[in-house]
Design a protein around this ligand. Sequence first.
Ligand code: FAD
Ligand code: SF4
Ligand code: SF4
Length: 371
Amino acid sequence: MPPEKPQWTELYTEVVTGGLCTGCAGCIIACPHDVLDYDTSDGAYKPFHLDIDGSIDSCTHGEKGCTMCTRACPRFRMWETEIDEKRFGRERTDDEVFGQSLDIVLARATDPELAAAGQDGGFVSALLTFALENDHIDAALVSGLEGGGSWRAVPTMVRTRDEVLATAGSRYTYSANTLAYPDAIATGAERIALVGMGCQASAPGAMQARKAGKIARRLSLSIGLLCSKTFDDAIFEELFEAKYGIARHEIVKMNIKGVFQLWLTEDRYVEVPLKECHAWTREGCKSCPDFAAEHADISTGGIGSFSDWTLTIVRTEAGRELLDAMIAAGAVETRPGDDDPAGIALLRRLAGVSRKRWPATAVEAPRRLPA
Ligand SMILES: Cc1cc2nc3c(=O)[nH]c(=O)nc-3n(C[C@H](O)[C@H](O)[C@H](O)COP(=O)(O)OP(=O)(O)OC[C@H]3O[C@@H](n4cnc5c(N)ncnc54)[C@H](O)[C@@H]3O)c2cc1C
Ligand code: SF4
Ligand code: SF4
């Protein structure tokens, strides 16, 4: 028997139509033959194979030995174990429910503009600005907005503080930031930070674990966003507008803290119960086991008692060195994660809730919890 070379056919049947695909777009940007594209119609957020070559479930390059898409996929087969071993040198223990980490701190930007624009403490924006201005990275892949107050998320490449500032804050619809990778490559970038929820934050690790070529080296920094789910873009018209009379352009800021919080023009504020939003949960999130972006260099979230600080999980040595350099330069202030034991307890609980979503029919590792 020849050694198995899993390719698009296996990815399509086991992940895309097998209910595991998150829509992270890792396979699309890794494909060296450009035969994969991204379907955002009707809330699909899934890759598809172009029929210029092969068919929906077959790829002539795959049949000739190309395996790049399966090597890039952070949900293919033993993904969690493989990435853990590559990133941390070992598998997580069952007790490491929110993944492996070196430290947890609360952090916030000292630059008042970045702190104000950020969703929580503006830590991610401060990190990107610092890393760009101090030669740690050449570009970052983040989520911009379409403009005109539409709140439509657009994968965006940034290289300056102003661009970071313009793309700060959270949207709760999906933004496959990986798709901005070609824009970064077009500028000659070789060290690229990827910002994204766990599904995307695991993509660089998958590529590195399975030696997916240059892309694995170029995605040199992974910044994770804690995440339980994202919503289909239709939630704006079908719930916010239809039930609450809120048009997209009236929304100034949004957040999720037990309820969907909407800050509106003219100093108005509306809370939408999360149970009303569930019907718009994006399909790709329903079996996702990773609340805490477990394969990022640094993962960030807004849970806990301190709303203007970012809960910051430092996972890798590279993440720790970057945070230390930021502290030394005065780019962020920090306080110990132990200042908020309730926040850490909630992190653990929410990470456990997400792990239970991973199908029992798939590999066991991502579901494992303490006995
Ligand atoms: C969809 C989503 C769900 C989340 N759910 C939780 C949660 O349940 N609990 C929790 O504690 N934290 C959650 N977070 C993380 C939280 O909202 C903040 O992103 C995090 O605390 C960092 O805050 P900050 O002020 O440091 O980031 P900022 O300085 O505001 O930077 C945020 C970065 O995230 C990028 N971004 C924004 N929206 C998206 C998106 N949709 N997709 C990809 N990138 C994006 C921005 O472009 C920016 O680079 C979620 C974030 C998102 C995007
Ligand atoms: S999870 Fe990501 S890499 Fe895997 S098939 Fe889906 S979009 Fe592609
Ligand atoms: S729940 Fe969050 S991390 Fe998981 S697939 Fe959805 S967007 Fe990605």
